[in-house]
Design a protein around this ligand. Structure first.
Ligand SMILES: Cc1cc2nc3c(=O)[nH]c(=O)nc-3n(C[C@H](O)[C@H](O)[C@H](O)COP(=O)(O)O)c2cc1C
Length: 186
């Protein structure tokens, strides 16, 4: 069976709530786990957790998550991404399915740039980017309130994630898992 890993950073817990919802949505379809990037993984500005990178090596699908900080991913996530450079040169993440999610305290706090960064990171690795596929503003469950399509952008209010954003995160995990399952079929 294919496997999926959610790789994310969260300082105050909002992104962690989304990460668990994404993992849970995927786990209904394939094997799914979460990998939280910790500040202690980073020494002298460099991400040094080789075992974490090996978990990504072993997965068929990877979903990236980070809060939006100053219009982009948090530095901790970027340190992880930079450490994937060796994998890039070896093509080790090629053809894995990839997707992303983020949160911010503003409804239009430039979360799209974080998602765009994730998609470019995936493209650098030759991964297969999976969009969100929930029509913004038209969904009966009010998922995808912010209306992004490249991935899931949310607005965390007072540090909490809205129930409809949790539903959207579960949807994203399930969608990526179904795609990974389809690609694994002979
Ligand atoms: C340094 C810093 C920069 C931030 N920049 C943005 C931003 O550009 N846009 C936004 O909407 N929120 C921004 N925020 C708010 C965070 O994205 C928000 O608090 C988020 O919920 C944090 O996620 P976490 O609880 O998973 O750590 C920023 C927060 C910090 C600490």
């Amino acid at each position: 069976m294919p496997s999926l890993v959610v790789v994310y950073f969260s300082a105050t817990g909002a992104t962690a709530v989304l990460a668990e919802a994404v993992r849970s949505g995927a786990a209904g379809v394939i094997e799914a786990s979460a990998l939280r990037i910790e500040g202690s993984d980073i020494l002298d500005g460099r991400f040094r957790n080789e075992r974490a990178l090996e978990r990504v090596d072993a997965a068929d699908a990877v979903i990236f998550g980070s809060p939006t900080y100053m219009g982009g991913p948090a530095a901790q996530f970027k340190a992880f991404a930079d450490a994937s450079g060796d994998r890039w040169s070896e093509g080790r993440w090629r053809n894995k399915v990839a997707a992303g999610f983020t949160t911010g305290t503003c409804p239009n706090g430039d979360q799209s740039y974080t998602l765009t960064y994730f998609s470019v990171l995936a493209a650098q690795h030759g991964m297969l980017w999976c969009s969100l596929d929930i029509p913004g503003g038209r969904d009966e469950q009010r998922r995808n309130r912010l209306g992004t399509q490249v991935g899931l952008a949310t607005e965390s209010m007072n540090g909490s994630i809205a129930a409809e954003d949790v539903l959207a995160a579960e949807h994203l995990g399930r969608r990526v898992a179904l795609l990974a399952l389809r690609l694994a079929m002979p």
